[in-house]
Design a protein around this ligand. Sequence first.
Ligand SMILES: *Cc1c(COP(=O)(O)O)cnc(C)c1O
Length: 377
Amino acid sequence: MEKPYRLMTPGPVQVPESVLKELGRPMIHHRTPEFEKILTRVLGRLKEVFQTKQPVFIQAATGSGGLESAIVNTLSPGDKVVAIVSGKFGERWRDIAKNYGMNVISLEVEWGKALDPRMLDATLELHMDVRAVLTQACETSTAVVHPMKEIGRIVRAKSNAILMVDGITALGVMDLPMDAWNLDVVVGGSQKSFMLPAGLQFIALSEKAWDFQTRAKCPRYYWDLKEELKANKANQTRFSTPVPYVRALDAGLEVMLKDGLQSNITRFARLAKQLRAGGEKLGLKVYAEAPSPSVTAFVTPVDGEKLRDHLEAKYNITVMGGQDKLKGKIIRIGTLGYISEEDLEATLESLANALTDLGHSADGKSAVAAFRMVVRK
Ligand SMILES: *Cc1c(COP(=O)(O)O)cnc(C)c1O
């Protein structure tokens, strides 16, 4: 019997039946009362996920489009920007800022470690004219979570800069209250905890960031949030809208918020803890010093790429390998989106078998037992 396919990566994630159904329904026009109603509901629910009173916007793009939108909406070429770089996604946002002509200071954090807030404090003290600080909440490539509350406090206390947060593998999985933590721009992506395929990005601006928006001289047309705001205020979107995606998002948010955002956050923190406990029983070391609840990176005793490929070919489970200098050294497993305990237990068992196949004998039963123990404690 063919084993069911499990997609266990930190995005894209598995898509629930209710979301898939929305993607297959007959098309309606985006300028109809029916769609307006859905749009209004979805935009309201996104505010719950962002934990903000500010409007949240949907723009048709992958998450990286959201990172670009954040830059062009708030900054002018030549602006001094601090980019916290702790992995591949930090590098990406830094490069976007560079390509738009920002004067970028790279704040390099050793891979696998979280930002030491004192480093940021010292940098801001040295550069009084910084206009923006860019960071990931979770750096997906190293599975590290940064101390966002503390970063928010420092940026507010020590500078006039706005804090821009790539929350793509954080929103909906861990606490990231935009208003309470002084986060000025937050970006999300549909293929992570929203349980859709890639294709939509979500972005919100604080009052301070809106003030930056009116002065920002970066050229923009498609990304211009001032124009999108005008349209949204009339329950409209500015451009042709990927209607099936927005309907699917409505269904995804329904799943996500069914028991409230906080219950989701508690659940994923627990699942990640269970996964780490199970993995350690297989002899896999957790790579990140400050591990994220949304993704776990394990250092592999055999070649990580071989393990990843074998797990997919023989056990029908897809996990991610490492990128760049971590290629072959780690595997990454997502705990976000539509994921059950059964998915994770099956992953641990298959991982044990795959490791054993590759010459590193591992005991899946004791891993599953450790996984289950975490709940009982
Ligand atoms: C997935 C992800 C992105 C988005 O990448 P796209 O492929 O453009 O959707 C950006 N940042 C982080 C931290 C991510 O995990």
